[in-house]
Design a protein around this ligand. Structure first.
Ligand code: NAG
Ligand code: NAG
Length: 180
């Protein structure tokens, strides 16, 4: 009896440790992969909003999340390329530097779109090699556009900024494939 009583506190502590560690494991396990990914991006709130704007992100695995991220970036990029093309059209009456830098920008965007299409194609064919480098290429293209139009705040810089953040999400998702 005396022996049992002296062991009781130890048993209690042991139980407590087991219970607490299982709670911690459960909490870690229930952090969605999309949220884990967003924690590794340059802008957590932006990433959460972008990823969860697609209802399939809930409970998704890395394959589906890569698809969601690349597709969002692709749609964003094509929309902005259309925007630049229409700006070019409306400026075609004028002459000078502004339309030259927009034309350059369009070239950068066409490059970004080709890369994003390649990334989506690679996912389809389960070719996971080099997705991280392609994501960086996309970001660099957008930065190229931003550099050619200069710094003044404009609808285009806002769009560039969005696509830079989206390509950062693509990079973080792509890195999940690096060790395959
Ligand atoms: C987040 O980054 C850490 C440190 O680089 C890495 O170990 C982890 O796998 C990453 N997780 C996700 C979901 O990107
Ligand atoms: C680009 O993506 C961001 C984030 O999802 C969104 O807020 C923005 O409206 C999108 N822009 C276009 C032009 O699709």
């Amino acid at each position: 009896m005396a022996d049992f009583l002296s062991l009781a506190p130890l048993a209690f502590i042991l139980c407590l440790v087991l219970i607490l560690s299982s709670i911690a494991a459960a909490a870690a396990g229930t952090t969605e992969l999309a949220t884990q990914i967003c924690r590794n991006t340059s802008n957590y709130a932006f990433c959460q909003e972008a990823m969860y704007s697609d209802p399939r992100a809930v409970g998704a695995d890395r394959y589906l999340l890569a698809y969601i991220a690349y597709r969002q970036a692709y749609l964003n990029a094509t929309d902005t390329a259309d925007y630049i093309a229409s700006e070019l059209k409306s400026k075609s009456m004028e002459s000078g530097g502004a339309s030259g830098s927009l034309r350059k920008c369009l070239g950068y965007y066409e490059e970004a779109i080709r890369r994003l299409a390649e990334m989506l194609g690679n996912l389809d064919s389960e070719t996971f090699y080099g997705l991280d480098e392609l994501s960086i290429d996309v970001e660099n293209s957008v930065r190229g556009c931003q550099a050619s139009v200069g710094n003044p705040p404009s609808p285009l810089s806002k769009r560039n900024d969005d696509l830079i953040k989206l390509s950062n999400i693509c990079l973080v998702v792509s890195k999940l494939y690096i060790y395959l």
